[in-house]
Write a protein of this length. Structure first.
Length: 290
């Protein structure tokens, strides 16, 4: 049975800035989609292609804390660098993914990589926040740096395109990301007229973002920068490209746990949020220069 579509969110064309380096549309928890409805996903920000121009100033987001969840940054165009209070740092380029587990608390900053910043050019990114189960919120912070060459690869028939499997399993091909609950994350690139079909468990909360192009999803036309929320009914998702297109398909098993958020802290109770703020104020997340 085809997975039914609950709603299609058409891009409102009102981006906002995150820091001075990310010009984003917010689909989760915006567009009237509560975090509980799309668990384990807490946030989806999309920076569609935009040229910030050359700059000697490293645009981005300065030092900020995270606790209780994971941030996943998917690079489509441009380069992003990061540093954190554990001493980790790195750079992701087009096709790469940075998967940061904040766990019991971390300080972090991310910005346009220096060489890219100086020359400018197209910049396109997606950032997801993925909630951690209660039992894993105290895990030590760590990173998974997933390069484009290390992704699971599915070549579509008749030169139709390619699926980069970041997490989970697409038609028998597994992605490299290690997750704390069942999650699928598929970067799907389709040439004009190409199509692909996959199955997602009926109980998963499932959504799709059209990064570029225009597609038909289970026979409904979905335009560029639109977001599809599926019902928790049916399993089959069929995608056909009306033109050359890029689609991000995500699904996850709901955690079915309370969600209490306060900015960059996501816990299960108000008391845990107060403890998180206290830990941050006492310097337990470490030190990171801005």
């Amino acid at each position: 049975m085809k997975k039914l579509i609950e709603k299609i969110v058409i891009n409102s064309d009102r981006p906002h800035m995150v820091g001075d380096g990310f010009r984003v549309f917010n689909y989760i928890p915006g567009a009237g989609i509560p975090q509980e409805r799309i668990s384990p996903f807490l946030l989806l920000d999309f920076n569609p292609e935009y040229d910030f121009g050359p700059s000697n100033h490293l645009r981005g987001v300065g030092v900020h804390p995270h606790k209780g969840f994971e941030t996943v940054t998917i690079a489509y165009k441009g380069s992003v660098a990061h540093h954190d209070s554990t001493g980790s740092s790195g750079i992701i380029n087009a096709g790469d993914v940075q998967w940061m587990t904040a766990g019991n608390g971390i300080l972090h900053k991310e910005y346009h990589e220096e060489t890219f910043s100086k020359k400018g050019g197209p910049f396109e990114m997606v950032q997801l926040w993925v909630n951690l189960p209660k039992k894993d919120k105290s895990t030590a912070p760590h990173y998974q740096e997933l390069t484009k060459d290390g992704m699971g690869k599915v070549q579509l028939a008749d030169n139709g395109g390619e699926v980069n499997v970041i997490a989970g399993n697409f038609n028998g091909v597994a992605g490299p990301a290690e997750t704390y609950s069942p999650v699928n994350l598929f970067d799907i690139k389709l040439n004009e007229g190409a199509e692909t079909t996959t199955s997602i468990p009926a109980g998963h909360n499932t959504a799709l973002l059209v990064v570029n192009g225009s597609v038909q999803v289970n026979d409904e036309i979905v335009g560029e920068h639109s977001f599809v929320l599926f019902e928790n009914k049916g399993e089959e998702i069929h995608i056909k490209a009306n033109q050359q297109s890029v689609v991000l398909l995500l699904s996850g098993e709901p955690l079915n746990e309370p969600i209490v958020s306060y900015g960059p802290f996501v816990m299960n109770t108000e008391a845990e949020i107060r403890d998180a703020i206290a830990d941050f104020n006492m310097g337990k997340f470490g030190v990171l220069e801005d």
